[in-house]
Design a protein around this ligand. Structure first.
Ligand SMILES: [Zn+2]
Length: 487
């Protein structure tokens, strides 16, 4: 097994196991053999096959993204960023965004799978070049899904979604539910097969997460069986919960209690659960419910929250607040959800929005959010071998350039990276000990090929948008360009 050492890194972010926190270290050597880190500290003396110069570099653990939809989001670039439905409390997930998602726009299954593969590769290109080494892909299984994930070199958590009901937005101001329990069961079964294939995958970089889709679209029985499966297999479990005002309203209408309280009552709110995105809890300023105990219930259960601030901020929405959730004792993890899939930008926005929502400059700090983007995500996924640089952990590493103008002065290189440079300073990325980004370029993805596939798919989808919209509106009406074209 060959050993690589990153020699004399000017700065490194290492995991202090005793203190249970990430710490800065100066002039460090980080050595890995095969896919495991074997040394992180000063002056590695062991045998070495390859040396990487650490001078001028910040070496940090690869980021852990616990919530993304890789197949569907990049196809909406330039289309969906400014679409929201005011009558559905500024959410667009049920209307009108689905008009532009690939599942609704491709004519043949082959074209659909091709579009999804292209979108996935584009998304992973963004993830790798911005320092993410683990991503949970909440997807609808399609032809070639697992091979596409594995082929990019990233570490991926395959999270095939299924549900008992589909959303139907007939009027534009209501969301109705088309229940089909048998179809949900069939999708559940297919999801189990996909997850089993993921954990068996020869790359060793794929794992599984049980993913009933949304709290309002899954029957109680399906949710209970999902938890049972997760417990039997030792897999994490995730569920979109309180991600918009109307899912909160729907569950209170059905059960007389909030989504979080209902999940607690039926026994599925446990430490295996990652709630996506748990924004509209009973304390949120957009919600006027009589109780104020959702946050405490989440903290007591040990469940995690997948915080994806960017996409919600585009709807004018924010979690209230990141720092408040942490002080309540909730394990926070981060995700990108939609495009751009850039965790460094999510970290920056999480810091900013926490201070706005908490109405205090000390509501959170970068150290706390970086912890969520690494250790918090790892804990949510039930892992102690990612999100950290420590002997025994996977060799998932990111090298940033301290000499990049946006990094200088590099007095606190993590602040420089998050608040100034972001992915522009990311030069090298290793996943499982394998170099996947060199000089800022992903080595594992044919970017041109993926981009062309995505552009073709988007063009087809835009051309036929009117056939799927409930009012027959075309793409230009639903999503006008940001500036008018000159006459
Ligand atoms: Zn999501």
């Amino acid at each position: 097994m060959s050993t690589t050492v990153i020699r004399n890194a000017d700065w490194a972010i290492l995991w202090d196991r005793e203190q249970g926190r990430q710490v800065f270290a100066r002039d460090s050597d980080i050595a890995f053999a095969g896919n495991r880190i074997v040394f992180a500290g000063v002056n590695y003396q062991g045998a070495v096959d390859r040396v990487i110069e650490g001078a001028g570099r910040l070496v940090m653990p690869g980021l852990v993204n616990v919530h993304s939809h890789l197949l569907s989001e990049n196809i909406g670039r330039g289309v969906t960023e400014e679409i929201a439905n005011p009558a559905l409390y500024m959410s667009a997930v049920a209307d009108p965004k689905p008009v532009f998602l690939p599942g609704h726009s491709m004519d043949t299954a082959t074209a659909l799978a091709e579009a999804m593969r292209a979108a996935t590769r584009m998304a992973i290109h963004e993830l790798l070049t911005s320092g993410t080494t683990t991503v949970a892909d909440l997807a609808l299984p399609y032809d070639g899904w697992l091979e596409t994930l594995a082929g990019t070199g990233i570490r991926a958590v395959a999270a095939p979604m299924y549900r008992s009901a589909a959303w139907v937005a007939r009027t534009g101001y209501t969301v109705e539910y088309d229940w089909d329990e048998a179809a949900g069961r069939r999708a559940f079964k297919a999801a189990v097969e996909a997850m089993e294939a993921a954990v068996r995958h020869p790359s060793g970089r794929l794992s599984a997460m049980v993913s009933p889709a949304q709290v309002d679209t899954c029957s109680e029985e399906l949710l209970r069986d999902s938890l049972t499966l997760a417990e039997e297999r030792g897999w994490p479990l995730t569920l979109h919960t309180s991600q918009c005002v109307w899912d909160m309203l729907e569950i209170t209408r059905r059960h007389g209690k909030t989504p979080v309280q209902w999940l607690a009552d039926i026994g599925v709110l446990t430490s295996r659960m990652i709630l996506g995105h748990a924004i509209f809890l009973d304390h949120h300023s957009w919600i006027t419910w009589h109780s104020k105990r959702d946050l405490e219930l989440i903290a007591q259960s040990g469940a995690s929250v997948a915080h994806c601030p960017l996409v919600f901020s585009r709807y004018g929405q924010m979690l209230e607040s990141f720092g408040g959730y942490r002080r309540a004792g909730v394990n926070m993890a981060l995700g990108t959800d939609t495009q751009p899939h850039n965790m460094l930008e999510e970290i920056r926005l999480a810091a900013t929005l926490s201070r706005i929502a908490g109405r205090h400059a000390d509501d959170t700090n970068l150290g706390e959010i970086f912890h969520a983007a690494t250790i918090g995500g790892a804990r949510a996924l039930g892992r102690d071998d990612i999100g950290r640089i420590a002997p025994g952990a996977k060799a998932d590493l990111v090298l940033a350039d301290l000499g990049h103008p946006a990094m200088r002065p590099a007095r606190d290189p993590l602040r420089s990276l998050v608040f100034s440079a972001a992915d522009r300073a990311v030069r090298g990325v290793y996943v499982d000990g394998r170099e996947v980004v060199r000089d800022g370029v992903a080595l594992t993805i044919d970017l041109e090929d993926a981009a062309r596939g995505l552009e073709t798919a988007q063009a087809e989808g835009l051309a036929s948008a009117a056939t799927r919209d409930r009012l027959g509106r075309d793409a230009a009406t639903l999503s006008p360009l940001s500036l008018p074209l000159a006459e």
